[in-house]
Design a protein around this ligand. Structure first.
Ligand SMILES: O=C(O)CCC(=O)C(=O)O
Length: 278
């Protein structure tokens, strides 16, 4: 599939799958590293059998070289522009018995997030969600999506009348081999699939944003985050990236993350561009 084919699939159906972003002979090494890091750094949700690590690049860099895989980055740049950047890196491990999640669109369309574009939102692609498959995605384990729902002006988190946890007549489970990446418009209605297998299901949701999308609501301590969470809604958190982790990233990956560098002392931060007048 060419980047143009992939772009057309995203625009028309809201999603596509790119195979072997992590080559087959490298995927088990990445999965082992991810499982180890997840076990060390996980936050477990007591209401479910889900282990989650936000800011996963901070603790595991085994997947970093693949973030710029030409088909994937080419697609992101075609849709979001040259100065695309990564908004989130997350690891999620769901254990056997984990139940179906609620239908939602991702940030910034998830109406339960403090930082959200209020529904009805316009028909524009502004954020991409990628789900990295580290265990097989079958009809039983693939992410549940409703193809075409990305063109809707609302989603089930916005009380649009769609039951949050019931099967949807238009739903499909996305399938693919480990190492493949599901790319979708973040407006896509999707849900965590129940884990009916006898093994952990391992994924990395990684999201790509254009330079102009304000990510400050995700940054701990930002004024935007403070302002928005005063509403009483909570917000996802992306922890700052330690400078030494940033420095060790592959050169072509660094531009995707430089906005997340932890600048503890902002007066000491290197000036990346000449100052503007205002
Ligand atoms: O478990 C999945 O496949 C979907 C994960 C998900 O819904 C999300 O990361 O927003």
């Amino acid at each position: 599939m060419t980047v143009e084919n992939l772009r057309d699939a995203i625009v028309e159906e809201g999603y596509c799958v790119i195979e072997s972003v992590i080559p087959p002979n490298e995927v088990s090494r990445v999965k082992d590293s991810v499982l180890h890091s997840a076990a060390t750094h996980k936050v477990s949700d007591p209401r479910s059998k889900l282990d989650k690590v936000s800011g996963f690049i901070n603790v595991d860099q085994s997947f970093a070289p693949y973030l710029t895989e030409p088909r994937l980055l080419g697609l992101c740049k075609t849709l979001l522009g040259e100065h695309v950047r990564i908004s989130y890196t997350t690891c999620m491990v769901t254990h056997p018995g984990n139940e179906r999640g609620q239908w939602h669109a991702d940030w910034p369309f998830n109406q339960q997030c403090a930082g959200h574009i209020p529904a009805p939102y316009g028909d524009a692609l502004v954020h991409l969600t990628t789900i990295w498959m580290l265990t097989p995605f079958t009809s039983e384990t693939g992410t549940l999506i409703v193809p075409g729902s990305h063109r809707e002006p609302n989603n089930p988190t916005g009380d649009n009348g769609t039951p949050l946890r019931e099967p949807h007549p238009g739903e499909i489970a996305v399938t693919g081999d480990p190492g493949s990446v599901l790319v979708m418009d973040s407006r896509m209605w999707h849900a965590i699939t129940p884990n009916r297998s006898d093994r952990p299901r391992v994924i990395m949701p990684i999201r790509y944003a254009p330079w102009w999308l304000n990510l400050e609501s995700l940054r701990p301590g930002s004024d935007v985050r403070d302002r928005l969470t005063e509403s009483g809604l909570s917000e996802n958190t992306v922890p700052p990236l330690p400078p030494d982790v940033f420095e060790a990233l592959p050169e072509d990956v660094k531009p995707l993350f430089r906005h997340w560098i932890d600048r503890v002392d902002s007066t000491a931060a290197p000036s990346l561009t000449p100052a503007l007048d205002e």
